[in-house]
Design a protein. Structure first.
Length: 593
RNA sequence: GGGGUCGUAGUUCAGCCGGUUAGAACGCUGGCCUGUCACGCCAGAGGUCGCGAGUUCGAGUCUCGUCGGCCCCGCCA
């Protein structure tokens, strides 16, 4: 850089610097060459500043500036001056000033970028991922990555202040049953044995509580070998926490304080905890999901009792055979066309509905609907009243087994809100979900499996149901949901080996298997484990929502594609036979390795 | 594993019912231009229509397969 020192960045240089000599370094965003005057928009991480090259100021620099191209890296020494009257650019934070160049150094040239760096350029994501270093130069990406940094800093500040210790746990660990598919790593020095990458630091953090560290956190990388989605990557980041001598209310209060501080510090947004709370069953009945989006209404309403009496066979037989009939009131959606209704029916069917009954409420409160004739005036009135229906509304019904109805209407509720633009921008609606079932019956495996994980404590009052009615046992688990997306979940853990054994048994995990896979935990619990509990947050998802993005890839510096590949580094890659041999791996596929 | 969608110039896209030399905008290259800021004007270059088969006199266009991006279901304690 030839002795030049950067004195300012391209954002914070203001009118106060007028008449000062400054040195800027950055990338050429755009050059506007007038033959005489040349303007260059210089971009660095912080912002953009206009540099002017004039032949009468410095002929050599002006001459050099003709050679500048997009993304050249340059150093500019020059004088800050107020822009001439009428030449200010209100779109730029530095738009009141410009830097008149006295000396230009080209620090590096660049080939033409594979895609434009314009803010609004619409570029395919595959290309962005291949040239991620270019993509990350775009201001929106710099903002996302910076926001993520601020969130992490706020987390650390808050937790440090609350006496937590940041502790790392192993990345090379052991495979455990239950949960997602593991990523495996062969052990060279232990032929035929494998490490697993952690799906979460769950067991280690509990062990740390047994160790008496009392308050632990970690911004931890986690690995799950499952298929990807917009909000799921094979490696992702959790804010993982665990505390001793606490119960649900302690963790919930601490987390509310943490989230409040994170939003205040990273976004300047004031949240007002406590957040709303729903029990699992309440959330399911009212929103059809355990992660309700409360930014809009349209709650599910049960009308099974009325449907039981009505003349519509689909409804009364469902009601008679243990199913449920529920409805949502789509307020003021009476203008939905027949095609819209057909589309919504297809939508409902994709979630398992056999059909989708609808009723349009006309001006005189009369029902316009294929099913209207099966309901007496009295039944129509009762349903309308329960759904608070008014002229211009549309009612949608689901009649089936409970799980299907909840799923279909829950999805329909969100779809209607999306289609009608009922979801307000810039809102952050947090909800706690509590009292989850401890386990649910898994048809495929023919046994109960944990809803959260096998170390979650049952509610004391439900403890005796573990052996008699496992599906009815509620757990001391809690989820934090933001705008309909699960961003965190945790529980009070089992800290007594006797209880842990009973739960393993209910999960049909044999003594042998539990000793084999979790023996160290069971043993640890017998060495004076304090009551403890914790929570883990999907950091990527939290930052994604805070950034207003729809994919966590936008808040991860180097994410993977849906096929779990890194298009930039070309991972995963083939490896040599020699490497495989060293690991005692002998592939028997036909391709050449 | 399954469903959907996309793949044409560096980029974003258009390309009709299968028919002459595959177009536009931006970008790029060269020239002109002293107040632009998506500068402007003039000229020019730039194509393995993802790949491979097939149908056809003829395929960017139709069919099948395949590869890749994205969305979703399954999966994700």
């Amino acid at each position: 850089m030839g002795g030049l020192k950067r004195t300012h960045d391209c954002y914070s240089i203001t009118e106060e610097a007028i008449d000062q000599e400054v040195t800027l370094m950055g990338w050429v965003l755009r050059r506007r060459d007038h033959g005489g005057l040349i303007f260059v928009d210089l971009r660095d991480r912080k912002g953009i500043t206009q540099v002017v090259f004039a032949p009468e100021v410095n002929a050599k620099s002006h001459e050099k500036a003709h050679r500048l191209r997009s993304e050249y890296v340059i150093a500019v020494r020059g004088r800050v001056r107020r822009r001439p009257e009428g030449m200010e650019n209100p779109k730029l934070k530095t738009g009141m000033i410009e830097v008149v160049c006295h000396e230009l150094r080209i620090l590096n040239t660049a080939v033409t970028p594979p895609f434009p760096l314009d803010e609004d350029a619409d570029v395919s994501e595959g290309l962005r991922l291949k040239y991620r270093y270019i993509d990350l130069r775009r201001p929106v990406m710099v903002e996302n990555i910076t926001l993520r940094h601020r969130v992490c800093q706020a987390i650390r500040q808050f937790l440090n202040r609350h006496d937590f210790l940041e502790i790392e746990t192993p990345i090379l660990t052991r495979s455990t049953p239950e949960g997602a598919r593991d990523y495996l790593v062969p052990s060279r020095v232990n032929p035929g044995r494998f490490y697993a990458l952690p799906q979460s630091p769950q067991l280690y953090k509990q062990i740390l509580m047994v160790s008496g560290l009392e308050r632990y956190y970690q911004i931890a990388r986690c690995f799950r070998d499952e298929d990807l989605r917009a909000d799921r990557q094979p490696e992702f980041t959790q804010l993982d926490m665990e505390m001793s001598f606490v119960e649900e209310s302690d963790i919930i209060a601490l987390v509310e304080g943490l989230i409040k501080e994170v939003f205040a510090s990273a976004l300047g947004i004031t949240l007002e905890p406590p957040f709303r709370r729903f029990t699992f069953s309440e959330a399911m009945e009212r929103f059809g999901t355990d992660r309700p989006d409360t930014r809009f209404d349209m709650e599910l309403v049960d009308v099974t009792d009325i449907a039981r009496r009505c003349g519509l066979k689909v409804f009364n037989t469902v009601a008679a055979s243990g199913g449920v009939v529920k409805a949502v009131n789509a307020k003021e959606m009476g203008d939905l066309s027949r095609k819209d209704l057909d589309d919504l029916t297809v939508f409902a069917q994709s979630f398992g509905a056999k059909g989708l009954a609808w009723v349009k409420i006309k001006a005189d409160n009369a029902w316009q609907s294929p099913i209207a004739k099966f309901f007496s005036d009295e039944e129509q009135h009762a349903i309308a009243q329960r759904l608070e229906a008014a002229a211009g509304d549309v009612l949608f019904f689901g009649a089936d087994q409970r799980a299907t109805v909840l799923r279909v209407l829950g999805e329909l509720r969100c779809e209607l809100a999306r289609r009608r633009g009922l979801i307000p921008e810039g809102r952050f609606n947090f909800v706690w979900i509590t009292d989850f079932p401890l386990m649910e019956y898994n048809e495929d495996e023919g046994r109960f499996t944990s809803m959260h994980h096998p170390f979650t404590a049952p509610l004391d009052e439900d403890m005796d149901l573990i052996e008699t009615d496992p599906g009815a046992v509620r757990s001391r688990a809690y989820d934090l949901v933001l705008n309909g997306i699960e961003i965190g979940g945790g529980s009070i853990r089992i800290h007594q080996p006797t209880v842990q054994k009973r739960v393993f048994k209910a999960l049909s995990i044999s003594d042998k298997e539990s000793r084999d896979k979790f023996g160290f935990l069971l043993e640890a619990l017998s060495h004076g484990a304090p009551p403890h509990g914790g929570i883990a947050f999907g950091l990527d998802r939290l930052v994604m929502i805070m950034a207003g993005r729809e994919s966590i890839r936008d808040v991860i510096a180097f994410p993977k594609t849906q096929k779990a590949q890194c298009l930039m580094a070309n991972a995963p890659s083939r490896v040599s036979m020699a490497q495989l041999a060293e690991l005692y791996l002998r592939p028997d596929w036909k391709e050449k390795a």
